[in-house]
Design a protein around this ligand. Structure first.
Ligand SMILES: [Zn+2]
Length: 765
């Protein structure tokens, strides 16, 4: 074989191998450690016994099953030699319009300096109504119990460790809010470690930090096997997602937040059960919990205020950490190197400026075409699986992810071949390198946490180009370029895989992100692209396109419908107690995604406006009319109604009805100046969404209901709409609901009955 053919094959092999190795590295959790491990080690096998006990059935706030789990956890903390306590309070959300009666479980493990600053270990012990919550958040609770056991097996630590098992996380983060607002230990917290799940498998990713994370990340660096990157914390801050940490952020302390998120289709469904939980994910949660609890509680606690860090994990090296202050100087060095490369390469062509422009244009063209191709391919693949008799969820398939990646490589190489014989290799490369340098500068200026993704690849590749000229991969320059390629792949392939095949889905936005990243990588490494294309041969893009098509064929044959990839669904029996109308309803989006909901609700029409308020944020619903059942109704008592010259002050007792899990309150016809629930002021400043009308959900109400105080303008006549919900749907005469197929599962609250009543509160004389 000719040397150039060997090089082509080596580069093609390296591309595939790095994609496989780095995608696997970011998604495969460590193996579960057996129960025979030393007592000071974390064992997922030992922790699983807690998950088995907790996740027998759904245990949402306010249910008997919830109380069973609460009692189990109290007993387990006693077994560990701690003195657990229950914090009973009305939690009032500051992120969402929610409140309710919570029971947080707390215990304090004294350190050598008994009292004073402490490390807080947090997970939530409630689940959603639709599923038993083995991963979310049974795994987090079990990880902490096993961590405390292992810590107790060693000697005492310097600082106290506080265990907080929050209640009502799934109900507007109420338990965490109650801890921050009312518990005396909240002021002692110096470091927060929170454990969560957004799927049932995968690695436990450190995805969020408190503000000013440099000290905390330096400690995280000491823990082996961490998966983290400051780009995740940067992205997460812009997402509308929350965990208890969103409420605990009010403590203003450093914090680290961990979650595994592979298998997102099982999140908040009946399939978040013990059989779907990966014990390796639990192991990864726990070994980090133990190592960090030990490091923080026995070492110097992180300073309350530091700058943020840029950080990322690399194979062998582990976590690389530096202050965000260095992001801009490093980007400037990168840009300077790119300019030096350009000046040095200028002699090679008489029309060098034009060559650079062609490189820039061809690279941007490759990115745009790859993105467009990924979008179209995603549509085709989705359509293909709706037509195939075996169905399937292609969005989460590694095979389709690989197909999109190779398709992007086909387009990148095609763009390269198209311009190659009109420009010099070095000119094209400088064009691409300058774009990378600009990306690095822009990232450093706008989102420094993401700058490393552009800075380090461009910096190393620019340095490699500056080495003495040689031919072939086995020269100093070739090896340096391959090292640059390796670092680039180590930083960017895990992002492409996580975003593509784990979080967003390859047939949707995830495929688009994957395609853009592969095109950017390809063009950063123009010297390797040149070797791969053997000058300018069309055979390379053609082979890549053929491989992509072949992978789509393999995907079509191997991706099948399974309960690992269920379709979520939720039905609502909605009663208007004022008009005696009743509907069977669902989110309008469910009509598009599953045939079962279409069948149940046919012939469907747009539902009445008030049903939309069951969802947060209010969402379009479809509904069909069904018989009205005279179910118990929500009620209000006006306890007092007083007026000053400009305000009317109302004190109301609001009750759902027997079996009510929660009720929503909405005030129309008058602006609410201020409000309080169970004697606690409601602060809406931090709400995720601005509410056009005053609303509040109240969870787990007792028989006595909730005490609502409203201040409205004097003389106004507010109308209070109460939406009470209970679990399940009663038997409706003349309506048959066919059983759900195996891959259609209830999600969030599952099927519910909601009863709506409205009360006009006229001013008293
Ligand atoms: Zn959770």
């Amino acid at each position: 074989m000719k040397r150039r053919t060997v090089e082509r094959l080596v580069i093609a092999f390296l591309f595939v191998a790095t994609c496989v190795v780095f995608a696997d590295r970011v998604s495969r959790p460590p193996a579960a450690v057996s129960a025979s491990a030393p007592q000071t080690a974390f064992s997922a096998e030992r922790a699983m016994k807690h998950v088995l006990a907790i996740a027998q059935r759904p245990h949402p706030i306010g249910t008997a099953e919830h109380d069973r789990v609460r009692d189990y956890l109290i007993a387990q903390l006693e077994v560990l030699g701690l003195e657990p306590q229950v914090q009973n309070a009305t939690g009032v959300g500051t992120r969402y319009a929610g409140a309710g009666e919570v029971q947080n479980i707390l215990a304090r493990m004294p350190g050598r300096q008994n009292g004073g600053p402490a490390v807080l270990l947090v997970a939530h012990y409630d689940s959603v109504e639709a599923g038993p919550g083995a991963a979310d958040d049974g795994a987090g609770i079990a990880a902490i119990l096993e961590t405390v056991r292992a810590l107790r097996a060693g000697g005492p630590l310097a600082h106290d460790v506080i265990v907080l098992f929050t209640d009502g996380e799934e109900s507007d983060l109420l338990g965490a809010a109650a801890f921050v607002r009312e518990h005396s230990w909240a002021k002692d917290v110096a470091m927060v470690l929170n454990f969560e799940a957004r799927g049932t498998t995968g690695r436990s990713l450190m995805f969020e930090t408190g503000p000013g994370n440099l000290d905390a990340i330096h400690v995280l660096r000491t823990v082996p096997g961490v998966t983290a990157g400051s780009v995740f914390t940067t992205i997460y801050r812009t997402l509308p997602n929350d965990t208890d940490l969103s409420e605990l952020a009010l403590l203003g302390t450093p914090a680290l937040n961990f979650a595994f998120g592979d298998g997102v289709e099982r999140y908040h469904t009946s399939n978040d059960d013990v059989s779907h939980l990966n014990t390796g994910s639990l192991q990864h949660h726990g070994q980090q919990a133990l190592a960090l609890a030990h490091a923080f509680a026995d070492g110097p606690l992180p300073r309350q205020h530091t700058e943020d860090a840029v950080f990322f994990d690399l194979p062998v090296i582990g976590l690389v950490v530096y202050s965000e202050k260095w992001a801009m100087p490093l980007a400037l060095v990168t840009a300077a190197l790119a300019v030096i490369v350009a000046i040095r390469a200028r002699r090679e062509s008489t029309r060098f400026g034009r060559d650079i422009l062609m490189g820039t244009a061809a690279m941007l063209g490759a990115v745009i075409l790859s993105v467009a191709a990924a979008y179209v391919a995603g549509l085709i693949i989705s359509l293909l699986h709706t037509k195939l008799p075996w169905g399937g969820a292609p969005a989460w398939s590694p095979v389709y992810w690989a197909a999109i990646a190779i398709l992007s490589l086909a387009i990148s190489t095609a763009c390269y071949v198209a311009v190659r014989h009109r420009a010099t290799v070095s000119g094209l490369h400088v064009g691409a390198l300058l774009v990378w340098a600009l990306l690095s500068l822009a990232a450093a200026a706008i989102a420094p946490g993401s700058s490393y993704l552009f800075t380090w690849p461009a910096l190393i590749v620019a340095l490699a180009v500056l080495l003495e000229n040689g031919h072939g991969l086995l020269t100093a320059k070739g090896i340096a370029m391959c090292s640059g390629a390796l670092v680039t792949a180590a930083l960017l392939i895990p992002i492409a895989y996580l975003v593509g095949a784990v979080y967003l889905g390859v047939t949707a936005a995830g495929g688009i992100v994957t395609a853009a990243i592969i095109a950017l990588i390809g063009w950063l490494l123009v010297p390797l692209l040149e070797a791969l294309c053997d000058g300018a041969r069309w055979s390379t893009p053609c082979i890549c396109a053929a491989v992509a098509i072949m992978l789509v064929g393999i995907g079509a044959l191997t991706v099948h419908k399974s309960d690992m990839h269920p379709v979520p669904s939720r039905l609502i029996y909605a009663i208007d107690a004022d008009s005696s109308d009743a509907w069977l309803a669902s989110k309008a989006s469910a009509i598009r995604t599953n045939a079962w909901t279409r069948t149940v609700l046919a012939p469907f029409a747009q539902g009445p406006e008030w049903i939309a308020h069951f969802f947060f944020p209010p969402t379009a619903v479809v509904a069909k009319r069904v018989p009205f059942l005279p179910l118990p109704q929500p009620a209000i008592d006006i306890l007092s109604d007083s007026a000053t010259s400009d305000a009317r002050q109302l004190s109301l007792r609001v009750r759902g009805s027997t079996g009510t899990t929660a009720f929503g309150m909405r005030v129309t016809n008058a602006p609410v100046i201020s409000a309080a629930i169970d004697g606690r002021a409601i602060d809406t400043k931090r709400y995720r969404l601005h509410m056009a009308e005053w609303t509040l959900w109240y969870w787990a109400p007792s028989e006595a209901g909730a005490l609502l105080s409203l201040i409205v303008p004097a003389g106004s006549k507010p109308r209070l709409e109460i939406l009470a919900y209970s679990l399940g749907i009663p038997k409706l005469p003349g309506v048959t609901i066919p059983p759900r197929p195996a891959n259609v599962v209830p999600v969030q609250s599952g099927d519910v009955t909601i009863v709506c009543r409205r009360f006009s509160i006229a001013p008293s004389k």
